[in-house]
Design a protein around this ligand. Structure first.
Ligand code: BES
Ligand code: MN
Ligand code: ZN
Length: 489
């Protein structure tokens, strides 16, 4: 989809040649004397627009404008949340007639309002077609965003570019996450990562089973050993600042299918375990966005990727394996495989002496129970890092919520036969998983995002959400604006 950003006053927009005109009406809307303003005033009173964002009134060829479809939608304020609700509702109302070009009049940009509006437009028109040739792509091909003044448009140029990069990244994350497991195997995922290296500033290395063994990644190799598909360890580098500047490392869980292994999962809904690589997809998506945006920062992306399968060569409950950092792990449940591949990736991350390392994983069903689909689980011993990520979540409307890491939660991970067990009891399952990971981070500045509930939707609208690319990109770029490298440029 093509986005454009233009200046338009209500008076002139009434004459704009567009298939559909969407007007976001804030609570503080002030009518001037033109006919369209009067109409907006009447409608917003009659339909109680003041009550909430996302109330829609659509009109067919109203006398006051020169367009076929006019959609008035309440947006309360220009907070990102309201912008998103309003644009999503308006484009929902346009689904039936599928105009080619839509013009959306925004009250303001800035403070992430434009980004929220554009992302909502992109989300509303996303259609998965990769393995569904019969699916009809959205008819909306062009979205023109208008702001009331030339100055507002000028001020919004940077945000417009940011939003376009973000949308490309979120789309990429969705696309890879949605692909079935027989299409997105570890080696195909590695090829996707390698193709990112066509962009300037991006490099990619891919390691196979031999190199994984040589590095001593015994926990990662153990998960992979039951599968016919070879594992891959993907290392992406985005270098936008001087080599001496410490990178942020993103680690994405890339289980392309999670059967549970010998501790096999129930059949119902198991298809959704193709989404167990959404952490990996979010790293690919974030790199896609970085490629577009080219910020002055350094980022490393690490993706351990394999299948978790039951077979004659699979790991068995009670098996003890050695992680890359030498700790022995008793695998009491082969379905707790995410932490096994991540612990070795975290050990690998140490070589980059990162300023922060953030792992992103569809790690536990327990996180879905505690936070549902609204907020991702956030864990970090660092208040600063946690605050920065919470803030990035709010700004991007890609929300997360901090959960605790008290040492008492690690009690259940004790084993009689190894340094640590890979599962504790049922209680506090998202936290005990995080405590397992924490054993491998050493003195790195670390955060863990459990995206098991937020990365995809189930039911009729089953599909990936592209989260938490919005949160990650906001966090990374915010760092860059505070960095001397950017100021000097
Ligand atoms: N990929 C799953 C977590 C998951 C389950 C995400 C359901 C989204 C929906 C993970 O590998 C897993 O199976 N975790 C187990 C851990 C348990 C054995 C301690 C779980 O959550 O049941
Ligand atoms: Mn599992
Ligand atoms: Zn899993």
């Amino acid at each position: 989809m093509i986005f454009e950003l233009k200046t338009a006053e209500l008076k002139s927009i009434a004459q704009s040649k567009t298939d559909a005109l969407v007007i976001l009406v804030p609570n503080d809307f002030k009518a001037s004397r033109d006919a369209l303003s009067g109409l907006i005033q009447d409608v917003s009173q009659a339909a109680n627009f003041q009550e909430s964002a996302g109330k829609v009134v659509s009109l067919w060829k109203p006398a006051q404008v020169d367009v076929r479809r006019l959609v008035l939608v309440s947006c309360a304020t220009s907070q990102p949340k309201h912008m998103r609700q309003a644009v999503a509702a308006a484009l929902g109302a346009l689904k039936a007639t599928q105009p080619k070009q839509v013009t959306i009049q925004l009250p303001t940009a800035g403070h992430n309002a434009l980004t929220a509006a554009m992302q909502a437009a992109s989300d509303a028109t996303y259609v998965y077609t990769a393995t569904k040739p019969s699916a009809k792509p959205s008819g909306i091909k062009r979205v023109v965003l208008t702001l009331p003044t030339a100055q507002a448009v000028k001020d919004a140029k940077t945000e417009f570019a940011y939003a376009q990069a973000l949308i490309a990244g979120v789309d990429k994350a969705k696309e890879w996450a949605n692909l079935p497991a027989n299409h997105a195997t570890p080696s195909v995922l590695a090829k996707a990562a390698q193709s990112l290296a066509r962009h300037s500033k991006i490099r990619c290395e891919v390691l196979g089973p031999k190199e994984i063994d040589k590095l001593g990644m015994g926990a990662f190799a153990a998960v992979s050993q039951g599968s016919a598909e070879p594992a891959r360890f993907i290392v992406l580098h985005y270098q936008g600042a001087a080599k001496t500047k410490a990178p942020t490392v993103l680690v994405g869980k890339g289980i392309t299918f999670d059967t549970g292994g010998i501790s096999i999962k129930p059949a119902a809904g198991m298809d959704e375990m193709k989404f167990d690589m959404c952490g990996a997809a979010s790293v690919l998506g974030t790199f896609e966005a970085l490629a577009h945006l080219q910020p002055a920062i350094n980022v490393v992306g690490l993706i351990p990727t394999c299948e978790n399968m039951p077979s004659g060569t699979a790991i068995k409950p009670g098996d003890v394996v050695y992680s890359m950092d030498g700790q022995s792990i008793e695998i009491l449940n082969t379905d707790a495989e995410g932490r096994l591949i991540l612990c070795d990736a975290l050990t690998y991350a140490k070589r980059f002496k990162p300023q922060a390392v953030i792992d992103i994983a569809t790690l536990t069903g327990a996180c879905v129970v505690s936070l549902g689909a609204v907020r991702s689980g956030l864990f970090s011993p660092s208040d600063d890092l946690a605050q920065a990520l919470l803030k990035a979540g709010e700004a991007s409307q890609d929300l997360c919520w901090r959960l605790p890491l008290d040492d008492e939660y690690a009690e259940g991970l004790k084993s009689n036969f190894a340094d640590v067990a890979n599962v504790a009891g049922r209680d506090g399952g998202a936290i005990t998983a995080a405590k397992f990971l924490q054993r491998f981070v050493g003195d790195m500045n670390w955060a863990h995002l459990d995206i098991a509930g937020s990365a995809w939707k189930s039911g009729a609208s089953k599909g990936a959400t592209g989260r938490p690319v919005g949160l990650l990109l906001h966090y990374l770029v915010h760092q860059s604006s505070a960095s001397p490298a950017r100021k000097a440029a």
